[in-house]
Design a protein around this ligand. Structure first.
Ligand SMILES: Cc1ncc(C[n+]2csc(CCOP(=O)(O)OP(=O)(O)O)c2C)c(N)n1
Ligand code: SF4
Length: 285
């Protein structure tokens, strides 16, 4: 029997297996996304929300397959469109734990504009990007976080473009919680994820998640990552400066904001009836 703690509304005695769908992942052996899956299952155990109170929303890509592997509600949607869908769900159902996730191609290329505005809107949800600095699913095209000199068949000599920094972008656009984790440290990552879920507002966790097939050199990330210095910064300018001067391998919470999160008020049944009326096929406007 599932037992609920009345004060915290958290379910006790959940286990990682409660969040497993039983569908076997088709990721390549060694893909970093396995570590993210394990960390997310553990984070939801710590969070104490049972699977039927959690919705995982993704776009398209290897990483975006993740909702199929978990027993929560899931939406495997349209490339780059996880965030607007997730925000709409959270506004309509504030009681649900909403988690958007996907890859760097999904979130920073085609979904880049949604990313900026999700930070700005500050809807209370968690966004996890499994960043492997490449489009894995479509066989290795460079993404906005790919190093300028990464040489590949599709971009000989490298794209020669400065990668953007997702953390500084998120902090300056208004995200309320910004952190970096590593797929190869799932226990630490689980703690970052649950911290992001608990913090009010839009929480963004960038996860270094190696693509061992198209970027085998990313095996070395386990030697390059390190714990970040000290506690998180609460000043946006200082936090932005810190992440811009970092080499991208420091882990931990980089920023915590105090902005008021959306939805500022719970939506009522009457709101939902009105929305359904407006969107009914054939409804007079
Ligand atoms: C509108 C649209 N454009 C392009 C594609 C092709 N496409 C599918 S996944 C993908 C990129 C995936 O890369 P990323 O989000 O980094 O995820 P990964 O596979 O590396 O986990 C692209 C371009 C698509 N499915 N839909
Ligand atoms: S192609 Fe890369 S990102 Fe996709 S499953 Fe394989 S290792 Fe993972």
């Amino acid at each position: 029997m599932i037992e609920t703690d009345v004060e915290s509304h958290c379910v006790k005695d959940l286990a990682a297996k409660d969040f497993m769908s039983g569908v076997h992942p088709i990721w390549c052996p060694g893909c970093g996304d396995y570590g993210v899956l394990a960390a997310l299952e553990q984070a939801l155990v710590l969070r104490g929300r049972p699977p039927h109170e959690v919705a995982l929303i993704s776009g398209i890509g290897c990483s975006s397959r993740l909702p199929a592997y978990m027993a929560c509600y899931g939406f495997h949607g349209v490339h780059g469109r996880a965030l607007p869908f997730a925000a709409g769900l959270k506004l309509a159902r504030p009681d649900v734990e909403v988690i958007a996730l996907g890859g760097d191609g999904d979130g920073y290329s085609i979904g880049g504009n949604h990313f900026i505005h999700a930070c700005r809107r500050n809807v209370d949800m968690l966004y996890v990007v499994m960043d492997n600095r490449v489009y894995g699913m479509t066989k290795g095209q460079p993404s906005p976080t790919t190093e300028p000199d990464w040489d590949s068949e599709i971009a000989p000599g490298g794209v020669g473009l400065r990668p953007f920094n997702p953390l500084s972008l998120a902090i300056s656009a208004g995200a309320n919680f910004v952190a970096r984790g590593f797929a190869g440290r799932p226990k630490d990552l689980a703690e970052l994820l649950v911290d992001g879920m608990r913090w009010p507002g839009f929480a963004f966790v960038e996860v270094l998640s190696p693509c061992v097939t198209f970027r085998p050199e990313q095996f070395d990330w386990k030697k390059q990552v390190r714990d970040g210095k000290g506690g998180p910064d609460t000043d946006r300018a200082d936090a932005t400066a810190a992440v811009l001067t970092d080499d991208g391998f420091s882990l931990g919470v980089m920023f915590r904001g105090e902005r008021i999160a959306e939805p500022a008020r719970p939506s009522s049944r009457a709101d939902m009836v009105e929305i359904e009326r407006q969107f009914a096929v054939g409804a007079a406007s």
